[in-house]
Design a protein around this ligand. Sequence first.
Ligand code: FEO
Length: 404
Amino acid sequence: MKKEDFKAVQVCEHVYWVGAIDWSIRNFHGYLTNRGTTYNSYIVLADKITLIDTVKAPFKDELQARISSLIDPKEISIIISNHSEMDHSGCLPGIIDLVKPERIFASVMGVKALAHHFNIDSEITAVKDGDTISLGNMNITFIETRMLHWPDSMFSYLSDEKVLFSQDGFGMHIASSERFTDEIDEHILTDEAAKYFANILLPYSNLIPKVMEKVEKSGIDIGIVAPDHGPVWRTEADIKKILDLYVSWSEQKPLKKAVVIYDTMWQSTDLMARSICEGLEEGGINVKLMPLSSVHRSDVATEILNAGAIVVGSPTINNNMFPTVADIMSYLKGLKPKNLIGAAFGSYGWSGEAVGQIENILREMKVDIVSEGVKIKYVPDSETILKCNKLGKHIAEKLNNINQ
Ligand code: FEO
């Protein structure tokens, strides 16, 4: 593409999207972004023209070209960094050199994080929760959202046009020609927003109701939600929907759904998984069977978001759980899902440590282990297959009781 092909997109009267579309990314630090992503930046055409967040470093030319389609970049007076992770700050040093803004603002922790990343803290003014800055004819107020999902994270609110710039919050990884949620299929939106929440925000889900309450109490009227990834939310119905989903996902009320995660060497653990799956289904539970040979860890995390049970299986290899199972257990433990019951299972040849190792991690995750793990030597026979089926039925019974 030629630079002239990159255009700013109007979001509302004085706000323009000037971000970059990353059509090819599929691995976002371990998250499978199979629809690509966008890095969103916004220009506010106030008396003091303001740039909110930048983009990942390799996309600087695209950002600059979109800004240039609207204004001379040197006209930018203020830069706000809502989040210092490098997908949003990678271009910041280069853009500062280019536009030489009068002021740069970030949260207190943002100033520190940007110093560690780029050694540019002396040029940045720290703002606190509730601070308001004047852009001349408009105002921006800052809302600290510490640990959602980095210590520096904050929202910026442009009261004059009711725009909440929400950095990673309410974002999703979708590369698309469409810039607004009302232009995209709602199932894709819900799936990708859930995947984003499960893989990025879940560890901090206890903080989300507090942030929601703070925003509600501050009385701010949200007309547009402009995140740093994916499309902009601009209709009342869409904004209500994503706010409600965030409340629901942060609660993680367990549904009658079990996720059975496993890998297998010679199909014995696979046979066990299928039998457990049958037992769960016979008990009235919706099951997602997730063989790690063909599903990605970020999709497993998404399925866990509204599940009530997690059942994990692994063969034992060299006295350990299978490497793919170790990977998913480490990943899920870090995401800290809540309100789960669970159990472990697996085939083994002579030592059989994997089931106990999985149970230890499940305990560390505060999963309520409702049944002793099922271990089967070498290849399951009809009796041991029945044992797996019973494990599934037992978990189903427990889950049904929780959901009464
Ligand atoms: Fe999109 Fe936390 O960076």
